[in-house]
Design a protein around this ligand. Structure first.
Ligand code: PBG
Length: 334
């Protein structure tokens, strides 16, 4: 007997890998267009498509151009988009008051998209960072981000977003009690059908850098967000935080960033059975793009591999700036 047969006892893993057809037969996870949520940046004005320097291939769009892009996304089969506004600097203030304007940029975008492209889901964030002059997600008093006052504001903002047609409210500001407060506020306003996708586990990450440039908060941010986002060292704490969001009524959960936190994706799916989404954030996107543009990696293959890894980790979908690229690729493959 050959030494390898003696060692393996005739069990050879490579039999199932021998040809393209066997590999396709045994493939456990697949990426489809239904897995994709496309995060987009909105700017005021008309006919604007403004590239984000640190995110090659990503643009900030005015509402009219965003509506066209949303139409294209819907035609490709992308289920939902997540909108993030870059508002005029002179509208930003200490308490983020523009988040409570019924006709602010985010709500204007929602109305326009829902009117022109009713069959794409619109997901909106209620964190205050696009609206504050200090770039924090909540109300800043002294050097403290005040929890309860912020929760009151984001619950009101959630109702205005739902009034504008938002299908899913995605609170990312990590205040305690926000999911329950938003659920109550939505229900009181008759928005029982508007869902909540909790940024249940949002980590105090360095991967958000390019996003902050995209919405113009990079230069504004005083200090860091460590008093409200989760320490990247803590998995068990993240699970406790997520459990509270489930109790308070979250319909779906999100893990953010994505790739460095696949363990959390898996644990959340196992623990709660709710739909879990990973947010492949700006820094993750830029890393891949930068290396690909330098010819150091095969960008397309790395993109697909990272997205597939989220499926393997139990995710039901991925928020990714690659959404349109992937959707086009999948459509081409048929
Ligand atoms: C803040 C918010 C962040 C992102 C979306 N909303 C993080 C931050 O600026 O602290 C990051 C998204 C990305 O990096 O792609 N509410």
């Amino acid at each position: 007997m050959n030494i390898v047969d003696e060692i393996t006892g005739h069990r050879r893993m490579r039999r199932n890998r021998k040809a393209d057809w066997t590999r396709r037969m045994v493939q456990e996870n697949r990426l489809t267009v239904d897995d994709l949520i496309w995060p987009v940046f909105v700017v005021p004005g008309e006919n604007i498509v403004d590239p984000v320097a640190a995110m090659p291939g990503v643009d900030r769009m005015s509402v009219d151009r965003l509506v066209e892009a949303a139409k294209e996304a819907a035609d490709l089969g992308i289920p939902a988009i997540a909108t993030f506004p870059n508002i005029d600097m002179n509208l930003r203030d200490e308490t983020g008051s523009n988040s409570l304007a019924a006709d602010n940029l985010i709500n204007e975008a929602t109305r326009a998209i829902k009117k022109a492209v009713p069959n794409i889901g619109v997901i909106t964030d209620v964190a205050l960072d696009p609206f504050t002059s200090h770039g924090h997600d909540g109300v800043l008093r002294g050097d403290v981000i005040v929890n309860d006052e912020t929760v009151e504001l984001v619950a009101k903002a959630a109702v205005l977003q739902a009034d504008a047609g938002s299908d899913i409210i995605a609170p990312s500001e990590m205040m305690d009690g926000r999911i329950g407060a938003i659920r109550h506020a939505l229900d009181d306003a008759g928005h029982q059908d508007v869902g909540i996708m909790s940024y249940a586990t949002k980590f105090a990450s360095a991967f958000y850098g390019p996003y902050r440039d995209a919405i113009g908060t990079g230069g504004l941010l005083k200090g860091d967000k460590k008093t409200y986002y989760i320490d990247p060292a803590n998995g068990t704490e993240a699970m406790r935080d997520a459990a509270l969001d489930v109790e308070e009524g979250a319909d779906m959960m999100m893990v953010k960033p994505g790739l460095p936190y696949l363990d959390i994706c898996w644990r959340m799916k196992e623990a709660f059975g709710l739909p879990v989404f990973a947010y492949q954030v700006s820094g993750e996107y830029s890393q891949i793009k930068a290396a690909a543009l330098n010819g150091w990696i095969d960008g397309e293959r790395v993109m697909l591999e990272t997205l597939l890894s989220f499926k393997r980790a139990g995710c039901d979908g991925i928020l990714t700036y690659f959404a349109m690229d992937v959707a086009r690729l999948l459509a081409k493959k048929g």
